[in-house]
Ligand binder design. Structure first.
Ligand code: 9MR
Length: 367
């Protein structure tokens, strides 16, 4: 029964956090082994991976990967064993897939799809349309509405067709809202108007009738104007019978800004609209240097993000935006911040790993 689960999970999470803090005090954090037996099951059995635990309750647990990282064999091996899903960090973006108008290059995306297939991971497609990482021919061009609609339609059609049957979901439109809940004035909005969103979803559906179609954004984990805007938009899209299957919450969180208020309620309200929800780019950064208190708080947050997803039936999975501090976008984008992932630079578990594991293991037992 799930009814009593939350209280129980909260207790165990604080136990994990306390244990982590104790371990840190003993100076033994660096020696936490990269794999260990399930604490709650027969120790003679090999440890189940995070993904295997997530699968018990019908979810996936994944990590993004950027193409150059596949050359790091230690990293690639762990990605292939611990996780059941991956998302290309950059390989399927517009600049990579259509570097010249009408000239498509699927090399980077295919490399990740091939790696995923060889290792039994499923793939989320990311992303068909975004204001960032557009090729210069597109962002610097001057277009009429008809021209840009045709460019967008062709891009979506070619890319979705190429990956048909190879990706289970697409972030069709990425980061289309401002913080105050107004539409972001990206090139598509400016030239085509807000109707480009429904157009994009319809073209994606026409190219692959089965793939799950998502809108995806950051700073939408809390209840607030930005998530409200998506709630209103998705409700309207549903009403208009525009194909929309899911809402992706990136969850690039930062300890200094506080845990997103109303996170679980927010997930639930989207699920209640009749769409899936996914945590698509999870990382939890902190101001450096990391210390035991921050790592313990980070572990608590990773546990809470995981628990919230597990509490909402239509929350279908969690993807880390890279799983290790060795390969993370954070230090480059937020100078002085980092240590955002559950594995450290040496691919050793941090307290966050144990907190995630604890939540997944409890849910696996409950289901
Ligand atoms: O991880 C990506 C990084 O390698 C790129 O330099 C960056 C460029 O903006 O994009 C990163 O991924 C972003 C994702 O595509 C959308 N949400 C925010 C992610 C972090 O910037």
């Amino acid at each position: 029964m799930r009814a009593s689960a939350p209280a129980r999970r909260i207790r165990t999470r604080s136990a994990v956090v306390a244990a982590a803090a104790a371990a840190a005090l003993l100076g033994s954090l660096a020696s936490v082994p990269a794999a260990h037996a399930d604490s709650d099951s027969d120790r003679r059995r090999p440890a189940r991976t995070l993904h295997e635990l997530a699968r018990e309750s019908g979810r996936y647990f994944g990590s993004a990967v950027d193409n150059p990282e596949l050359a790091d064999t230690e990293f690639a091996e762990l990605l292939g064993t611990e996780f059941g899903q991956t998302t290309p960090g950059n390989g399927m973006k517009w600049y990579a897939t259509e570097p010249e108008r009408g000239v498509f290059d699927f090399t980077a995306g295919d490399e990740i799809v091939d790696y995923a297939k060889a290792n039994g991971l499923k793939v989320r497609g990311h992303t068909l349309l975004w204001h960032s990482q557009l090729p210069a021919w597109l962002s610097e061009g001057t277009w009429t509405k008809a021209e840009l609609r045709s460019i967008l339609k062709n891009h979506i059609t070619q890319v979705v067709k190429h990956y048909k049957g190879k990706v289970f979901a697409w972030d069709v439109a990425n980061e289309i809202m401002n913080e105050d809940g107004t539409y972001r004035e990206n090139i598509f909005y400016k030239v085509i108007g807000p109707g480009y969103i429904a157009d994009a979803l319809r073209w994606a559906r026409a190219a692959d009738p089965k793939v799950k179609l998502y809108l995806n954004d950051y700073n939408v984990e809390a209840l607030g104007p930005k998530s409200d805007a998506y709630y209103t938009l998705i409700k309207q899209l549903k009403k208009d019978r525009v194909p929309i299957d899911g809402f992706g919450l990136q969850a690039h969180l930062a300890l200094q800004y506080g845990f997103p208020g109303g996170y679980e309620e927010n997930l639930r309200r989207f699920a209640d609209l009749g769409v899936d929800v996914s945590i698509t780019e999870l990382d939890i950064r902190m101001q450096l240097p990391a210390d035991e208190a921050k790592l313990a708080e980070q572990a608590d947050w990773y546990g809470r993000v995981t628990e919230g997803c597990l509490e909402v039936r239509r929350c279908v999975g969690i993807t880390l935006w890279g799983y290790t501090d060795r390969h993370s976008w954070i230090p480059d984008f937020f100078p002085g911040e980092g240590a955002a992932l559950p594995w450290d630079e040496n691919l050793r578990h941090k307290p966050a790993y144990d907190a995630i594991r604890e939540e997944l293991a409890e849910a696996a037992e409950d289901d």
